[in-house]
Design a protein around this ligand. Structure first.
Ligand code: ADP
Ligand code: MG
Length: 230
């Protein structure tokens, strides 16, 4: 599913260079649920951005579903991002003026009608109806006309998960998805992610909380931009 080989990434600010990734190799099979652990600054988010085709490595190869994506241009990367990958962030990254339904429907707005994912049962429907069904799927049907400021952190994270899910992605990348939530709410989000994994989706979760990492079948550790266990 995912094959990284010798991935490096260096950030430059003026004359200062920070090597965020110093040669990361990692292989992840379909349907795995993997925790990416490591201290703050160890390169976890940089790795997720590269995995999610939001950023490109300086060197090394990244083969995603059999395709070498380290060589693709911006348009092709955007296409992969929109179709194969769903993102969940610590701070939800929802648009404040939009309702839950509108936030969730966003990834489908630029698609033609014939290009929309099928609803459960194979039915065809528009982005808004798909967004409603996806919000129902994450347990948020009663709140779907609310805006982010009218929802709790856990509810907003469910909206964000629904937005990641609406394109029916094979891979879900979650960067500290429980980082802004209390322990009980964080556990609910982990259960939801585990359910999505049980459906066969490949899931990577960045965390520095050992409790969260231990709920994933596999754990990899980053330190100073290198894998110290995988
Ligand atoms: P983590 O998510 O594990 O906390 P990051 O991947 O965010 O780590 O960062 C790894 C290193 O790269 C850190 O030293 C960080 O300061 C640096 N870094 C990350 N993003 C940038 C950026 N856009 N510009 C400059 N330095 C960055
Ligand atoms: Mg980070």
């Amino acid at each position: 599913m995912i094959e990284l080989n010798g991935i490096t990434k260096t950030y430059r600010i003026g004359a200062t260079e920070v090597q965020a990734l110093a040669g990361v190799s990692l292989s992840i099979g379909p349907g795995e649920m993997v925790a990416v652990a490591g201290q703050s600054g160890s390169g976890k988010s940089t790795l997720m951005h590269i995995l999610g085709c939001l950023d490109r490595p300086d060197s090394g190869s990244y083969v995603l579903e059999g395709r070498d994506v380290s060589k693709l241009g911006g348009g092709q990367l955007a296409e992969i991002r929109n179709r194969r990958i769903g993102f969940v962030f610590q701070s939800f990254n929802l648009l404040p003026r939009l309702t839950a339904i509108e936030n969730v429907a966003l990834p489908l707005l630029y698609r033609g009608r014939s290009d929309l994912p099928a609803a459960p049962g194979g039915r065809r429907c528009g982005p808004k109806a798909l967004a409603e069904q996806t919000l129902d799927r994450v347990g948020l049907a009663p709140r779907m006309r609310h805006r982010p400021s009218q929802l709790s952190g856990g509810q907003n994270q469910r909206v964000a998960i629904a937005r990641a899910l609406i394109t029916d992605p094979a891979i879900i990348l979650a960067d500290e998805p429980t980082g802004n939530l209390d322990t009980a709410t964080g556990q609910e989000i982990m259960r939801l992610l585990a359910d999505l994994n049980a459906e066969g989706r490949t899931i990577l979760i960045v965390t520095h909380e050992p409790d969260i990492a231990s709920q994933c079948r596999r754990q990899v550790h980053l330190r100073d931009g290198r894998m110290i266990s995988c």
